[in-house]
Design a protein around this ligand. Structure first.
Ligand SMILES: *[C@@H]1O[C@H](CO)[C@@H](O)[C@H](O)[C@H]1NC(C)=O
Length: 164
């Protein structure tokens, strides 16, 4: 039989136990939800996004811990900060994103999904447009930092002048 004087302690324990899970902060980043709500596939950014900011003008800034590389159809390089103007179906004026094309790293300028029912996504790399299957971008990819030289990842743009 528990003495009555211990009851407040039991009550306190119950309160503590039920409060603790609430203070565990979810590390989940909802950038992928933001993309989906703008008619874009969640996998355009890797799962390792640290944080993001979207202002009222639609300026999106996505932060990663370090530059990293992911594989879709080709390899794509994410810099530590990726910026773009976000509107429905559009990521325009991208900065901090390049993709490999025939051994060249080309900055990606725009990513557009005009008609989701077409199953196609348009990648604009300046002088060329590529149409790819939306399904390539469905799930956030794993993005790896190994093997990326910091010098390369720190450049504003990586283009022809870097090739010899
Ligand atoms: C992105 O948005 C900013 C602020 O609204 C604007 O000044 C800039 O011209 C836009 N850039 C592109 C490429 O749309």
């Amino acid at each position: 039989m528990a003495p009555r004087s211990l009851e407040p302690i039991f009550l306190l324990m119950i309160v503590v136990v039920s409060v603790v899970p609430v203070t565990v902060k979810a590390a989940y980043s909802s950038i992928h939800e933001v993309l989906k709500s703008h008619g874009l596939p969640a996998g355009l950014f890797p799962e390792s996004v640290k944080s993001y900011n979207l202002d009222q003008r639609g300026v999106l800034e996505v932060h990663l811990d370090r530059p990293c590389m992911a594989k879709y159809e080709n390899r794509v390089l994410f810099e530590t900060v990726v910026r773009a103007n976000l509107s429905f179906g559009h990521l325009k004026g991208l900065e901090g994103l390049s993709q490999e094309e025939l051994f060249l790293w080309l900055p990606v300028k725009d990513i557009i999904v005009d008609d989701p029912s077409s199953g196609l996504i348009l990648i604009d790399i300046g002088f060329a447009h590529k149409q790819l299957s939306l399904s390539l971008f469905e799930d956030p990819p794993i993005c790896r930092s190994q093997g990326i030289s910091m010098k390369m990842a720190g450049r504003k743009s990586i283009g022809f002048q870097d090739q010899r």
